[in-house]
Write a protein that binds this ligand. Structure first.
Ligand code: FAD
Length: 471
């Protein structure tokens, strides 16, 4: 009787899971395993919000496995040692897993594959997290793309949307000595700051499928028009699900393609294409991080190594983190993040621009805060999101494009509903006026809300001067 360990990592699903599928096909029995080894991802080991999600997603996977009379076998500690011990204990012939693309896991996984193969174990990895693996696309001269548009043109032309495979109906599982309880991994916070997370999310594969259905049924046709407005439910909120692999990009691509074929509506088709392009940005971020692994910690554009940042200001950074800057849309975003572990993309860009351009704090200050507070914290997307906004990235927003938080608020939150939800002390300000409460000093005197912490015009000029100095 042959046995394969299926080493789950950020592929916490049973459907469309190539490692699980291959293990079932090639072996009589499987043992689903999760090894918690955060230090192996240092310096980007999961932050607090990610750990919260991970706890619940592991619990959901375990519950799904229990329907097959299986459990998720959880262990902690050095992964190679743990897998070797499990192989010895169970007599497994093989270890299968799905690939990750960030620098630390890439190096660790290569070491593990080689060591297991030297032991005589069949170690195999599979492609499950992306539409294209980073080595599959290159420019005409063989170098990696650095600009999104030609990257996506090439990727889109090659993309074959295929039906994803269903979850296995039957799993023949092996027994092993009892592992750890998920609770004992200590992923949940001791101080319970996570109430808002519970209200906002249902982690796990079933929750991911529900979120996908909701988006495809209710929102995809209007996605191009509504995706930039943080006050509504115009986007899919699938980002934490994609990060933890509760859903695969191919499952999403297939669902939106199927729905747009079935409806024959041009609007739906446009919505699907626009959405696929956003998945394309995710592909591009992973691609860039894979080819430029140093970019998680340093500027992708080396010209910015000479940029005169303002010098670390703990007081300013703290006001920004707490959503206490005096700019309503910036504060709304940072408070949404603290309460729910998520922030709308438009607002991510605004708060990142404010930190890196108006306060001229290094983009890594913001990237690290997001890393700890986002439930979708993803090294590739976070790095590229910050480098894009700061202007230090490959295909980035030009540095001189500095978002004005007032006009952006007026444009993308025209009724002020988003700000009113997250900065309720400003609810008496009607409509657009909420975006510059200082214009109504009498009303502002009656509420506890700060004056703007900086002059956006003067700080904009200072940022442009700093940019000229390093150009
Ligand atoms: P949708 O609009 O429904 O998009 C669908 C999916 O496409 C997303 O789930 C995501 O996987 C992908 N996607 C969308 N926009 C982008 C983008 N600009 N770059 C890469 N992928 C994208 N995304 C993360 O998943 N994790 C992060 O840590 C992260 N940090 C960011 C930091 C900054 C400063 C910025 C500007 C953006 C960041 N993003 C990050 C990208 C983007 O903001 C989120 O993916 C998006 O807001 C998630 O919401 P959604 O699932 O509703 O998006």
């Amino acid at each position: 009787m042959s046995l394969a360990l299926v080493w789950f990592r950020r592929d916490l699903r049973l459907a469309d899971n190539p490692a699980l599928e291959a293990a079932r096909k090639a072996h009589d029995r499987v043992l689903p395993v999760y090894v918690y080894a955060p230090d192996e991802e240092a310096p980007w080991q999961p932050g607090a919000a990610s750990r919260w999600w991970l706890h619940h997603s592991l619990a959901a996977l375990d519950a799904a496995l229990r329907k097959h009379d299986a459990v998720l076998h959880v262990r902690r500690g050095d992964t190679l040692g743990t897998l070797r011990a499990l192989v010895a204990e169970t007599g497994a012939d093989a270890v299968y897993w799905n690939r990750l693309y960030e620098p630390a896991p890439v190096a660790r996984d290569a070491r593990i594959k080689q060591a297991l193969r030297t032991d005589g174990v069949d170690a195999k990895s599979f492609d499950a997290a992306l539409l294209f693996e980073p080595w599959e696309l290159a420019t005409g001269n063989g170098s990696p793309y650095k600009v999104f548009t030609p990257f996506w043109r090439a990727a889109r032309a090659r993309l074959e949307v295929r039906p994803p495979s269903a979850a296995p109906r039957k799993l023949d599982v092996a027994k092993a000595r009892r592992g750890e309880r998920i609770e004992s991994l200590g992923l949940l916070p001791e101080i319970r700051w996570d109430k808002g997370f519970h209200r906002a999310w249902e982690p796990g594969e079933a929750g991911a499928q529900k979120a996908l259905r909701r988006f495809v049924d209710d929102a995809i046709a209007d996605y191009p028009q509504r995706r930039d407005f943080p006050g509504g439910a115009g986007t899919s909120r699938l980002s934490p699900r994609l990060h933890f692999g509760e859903i695969s990009p191919m499952q999403i691509a297939w669902a939106i393609d199927e729905a747009s074929r079935a409806s024959r509506s041009a609007k739906r088709r446009e919505g699907s294409e626009a959405y696929l392009r956003e998945l394309g940005w995710r592909e591009f971020s992973h691609y860039l991080l894979y080819h430029f692994p140093a970019s998680a910690d340093s500027n992708l554009n080396p010209k910015f190594d000479a940029f005169p940042w303002a010098g670390r200001s703990p007081a300013q950074i703290e006001r920004w983190q707490r959503g206490d800057t005096g700019f309503p849309i910036v504060d709304a975003g940072l408070r949404e993040l603290w309460t729910t572990g998520w922030m709308h993309n438009r607002v991510r860009m605004l708060v990142a621009s404010f930190l890196t351009k108006n306060l001229r704090q290094h983009w890594l200050e913001g990237a690290r805060w997001f890393w700890d507070t986002l439930v979708d914290a993803d090294l590739a997307n976070n790095t590229q999101g910050w480098q894009w906004t700061a202007g230090t990235g490959a295909d980035a927003a030009p540095y001189f494009r500095i978002f004005n938080p007032v006009t952006q608020g007026e444009r993308f939150d025209p009724d002020g509903d988003y700000v009113r939800r997250w900065v309720p002390e400003l609810k008496a300000f009607a409509g657009k006026s909420i975006h510059q409460p200082w214009s109504d000093p009498r009303r502002l005197r009656n509420v506890r809300y700060p004056q703007p912490m900086v002059d956006v015009h003067a700080t904009r000029e200072a940022a442009l001067a700093a940019y000229k100095a390093c150009k």
